[in-house]
Design a binder for this molecule. Sequence first.
Ligand SMILES: Cc1ncc(C[n+]2csc(CCOP(=O)(O)OP(=O)(O)O)c2C)c(N)n1
Length: 322
Amino acid sequence: MPVLTKEQQFDLLYYMLLTRRLEEHLVGLFKEGKISGGLYSSLGQESISVGTTYALEKEDVVSPVIRNIATVLIKGYTPKDIFCQYLARVDGPTKGKDTTLHFGEIERGTVAPISILGPLIPIMAGVALAGRMQKRKRVALTYIGDGGASTGDFHEGMNFAAVQRLPFICVIENNQYAFSTPVTRQSRIADLAQRAVGYGIQYAIVDGNDVVAVYEATRKARALCLEGEGPFLMECKTFRVKGHAEHDDPSKYVPRAIFEEWRKKDPVDHYVHSLLDQKVFTAAELSEMENKIQQILEQAKKEALESPLPSSEDTSTGVFRV
Ligand SMILES: Cc1ncc(C[n+]2csc(CCOP(=O)(O)OP(=O)(O)O)c2C)c(N)n1
């Protein structure tokens, strides 16, 4: 496996910190009542979106789900795009018609997610099939939670992808709770990736809080897929440090000790410490990065708050008509 260059390590850290700080700003806006609908955080599992998407090439296609905010940042959406989207402003990707991560453009290598859990698996298998029919050197990747991995669409999509040997990577973000349902009530197997055996495909079980491990596993999965050995099922073990969304209080159903345990495994802290210990960065370089990120976010937030809400005409364009 190639060793990451300093520049690549810098990028990984940058996107981890950018995501963490951006979500902190979004929480602030949510508490001020400026974000309508729910706010679903990736706190504690940023390394999965960062490690997987950073491992992809420009021609690859990815569909985020609600917690994969780092994915769209790496695919080139700006912090201003994100603020405008969450604040439903006209300068956002959906021009104020939707919120959260409900946007995508195939030209940019992103497919908009849908709220129903499961159907993205056959859809992204279809994207992988289309790429192969067009003779493109491309993989398709999407994410699903431990809860979503219990749906019928997940099984049908994985089986279809397996039979067709598609260049498709499915990442299970096993954060151990589907809303308030623990993973032990979703499945009797300890590792959800073991389901790959039933489809006859390869799999990996990865420490989802280790961005380098996630990156390396995705590079390997991508190479296998392009050699015709796909699809690939990757389970990233992690934990959802907050509630399902900002409006949900997880202390009602998650034992306190589990929170304490996972806070100690924080993926951002873990990566910062490992880079400092290996002397890849100095503390001064890190604080310079933090300052730069805060400046970018303050400016982006200001511009987004100045962007107007959509007019009634704006809301009726760019939509399907029946
Ligand atoms: C088919 C379906 N059932 C239920 C829901 C309602 N719902 C939205 S998110 C969610 C929990 C998802 O849990 P998981 O898949 O583990 O992902 P996580 O939120 O933990 O990242 C549920 C039940 C839905 N959107 N679609």
